[in-house]
Design a protein around this ligand. Structure first.
Ligand code: BG6
Length: 480
């Protein structure tokens, strides 16, 4: 892998929402901590007709809005690193001026590309023709990278024509989250979980990504995508892969991704009856009335804003262990968590004394609270005259309490730094993306064949009742 620490960064979509909320605040914070190349120059580009000063003003406003005041120390220096070049990426001519603006990097250039799918190919072509795709250039790609396997292959082929895989950084921002990386530490830096981490000892796994937000103004994008493609195809399958993968040889890009892709390829094709889709109707969240999806959209739609899936991984480790996945918009609270439900003890010595054991459960809270809770059985203190008392008690660790010092960071800080420094471990490889799409496509084909329509659910509830039934018919209750 080429190792260079870029001294130039080129951000496409620089005036857009992602850039203003996440990318520029992340870069400013990294710069203030001295983590970027001291000579780094950052060029923003988008359609908007701005000059350097206009762009800096826009960035200043964004930083004031989205970066906490205590992390804005280096703002003036950071703003001076910025310049801007307007570009209509569908027209080849503009790329020459863009290349002039970027100039010749000394140590290398990193590009962050987040663009409408229709602009991918012309953008890559423009970069190549204008000399912005050479050996010292890496490219970070933000989703959506296609809408299915076929379209993702077209995009991947277009990028591969100009950049080799070891200079392509496909972003899944969940991998930038500290708590997601902590899954690997939990599994592979401790002895106690791994011997139990298999079908012999685990009954099932639940992965929930619940959001309270609705459409957030992303009308056209979301209505074309839906929850399956927006959240399951990428973030949830990455979480599943990290939970289910074999121990990698070492913590590096090749070995970690080799193990993840094996899991993704082992996903069994899902029956439509093992999926539930929903769409929210008007309701209330946290005491606030919110409109229904069709009202937000302004027209009726068949797009799912909720999906629940019973997934299976066909390999030795996980045979017979269901992975229940669910995600949705306008659910009662924002939470991402993984629940590993262990099996019961093979034989309880306490039954004769009237006590019942409850199987152990490991709950890994990813967000908003970062915590790990292991439920254990313990004896209820007492003289046991009325039988032996057993109760499930939590062994709980809240990560921010355990690590009081370190800063809470935006996921993109980590990812941008890794892009600039050239570490692909937390980026998604082409074979992973394709395995993810392959599985997702098969679900969508099933839905289309059976003309599945989303069931309605009230905003502020946990989705359609059929999602509860999906788990309950296996005797499983969703963790709430
Ligand atoms: C994005 C989806 O990838 O992830 C959004 O497009 C979703 O619809 C977001 O809201 C959730 O990210 P996070 O980090 O807030 O959980």
């Amino acid at each position: 892998m080429t190792k260079f620490i870029s001294d130039r960064l080129l951000v496409f979509g620089a005036t857009g929402d992602l850039s203003r909320r996440m990318l520029l605040p992340s870069l400013c914070a990294l710069d203030a901590e001295g983590l970027l190349n001291p000579g780094i120059e950052i060029v923003g580009t988008a359609r908007s007709d701005l000059d350097d000063q206009g762009f800096r003003n826009l960035v200043r406003e964004s930083l004031e809005q989205f970066l906490p005041a205590n992390r804005r120390g280096g703002m003036a220096t950071f703003l001076n690193r910025l310049s801007y070049q307007p570009l209509d990426a569908s027209q080849a001519e503009g790329f020459q001026s863009l290349a002039r603006k970027v100039g010749a990097p000394q140590d290398g250039l990193s590009i962050f590309l987040s663009t409408a799918p229709s602009l991918f190919e012309p953008t890559i072509r423009g970069l190549e023709k204008s000399g912005l795709a050479g050996a010292q250039v890496r490219i970070g790609l933000e989703k959506p990278l296609g809408v299915d396997l076929a379209s993702s292959r077209i995009i991947n082929d277009a990028v591969a024509a100009a950049f080799p895989e070891d200079r392509i950084y496909r972003i899944d921002h969940y991998l930038g989250k500290e708590t997601v990386q902590n899954l690997l530490a939990l599994r592979f830096a401790n002895l106690m979980f791994e011997p139990l981490w298999n079908a012999a000892h685990i009954d099932h796994v639940q992965i929930t990504v619940a959001e309270t937000v609705g459409l957030e103004g992303r009308v056209a994008f979301y209505d074309d995508a839906g929850a399956l493609r927006d959240m399951v195809q990428n973030h949830m399958l990455q979480l599943l892969a990290l939970v289910a993968m074999e121990p990698p040889v070492s913590y590096d890009a090749t070995n970690v991704r080799d193990e993840k892709v094996k899991v993704l390829r082992s996903l069994r094709k899902v029956q439509t009856s093992e999926t539930v889709i929903g769409q929210y109707r008007a309701g209330a969240i946290g005491g606030q009335a919110v409109p229904g999806y069709d009202e937000e959209l302004g027209k009726p739609s068949n797009t799912e804003t909720f999906v629940a899936i019973k997934a299976h991984i066909d390999n030795w480790r996980w045979q017979g262990v269901p992975f229940y996945l669910r995600t949705g918009k306008r659910l009662p609270r924002r939470t991402t968590e993984i629940v590993v439900q262990f099996r019961d003890v093979p034989h309880s010595i306490f039954t004769g004394r009237g006590a019942r054991t409850v199987p152990n459960r490991l709950v890994i809270g990813i967000q908003p609270s970062e915590n790990i809770t292991l439920s254990l059985m313990a004896k209820v203190p007492g003289l046991d005259r009325e039988g032996f008392g057993l109760r499930s008690i939590p062994l709980a660790i809240t990560t921010p309490d355990a690590f009081a010092g370190p800063q809470r960071r935006i996921a993109y800080e980590r990812l941008l730094l890794d892009l600039i420094e050239g570490d692909q471990t937390l980026f998604v490889r082409r074979d992973e993306v394709e395995a993810q799409w392959d599985w997702i496509d098969s679900i969508r084909i099933g839905w289309a064949e059976q003309r599945l329509e989303p069931k309605t659910y009230t905003a502020g509830s946990w989705g359609p009742s059929a999602a509860i039934a999906l788990a309950e018919r296996d005797g499983v209750t969703w963790h709430e």
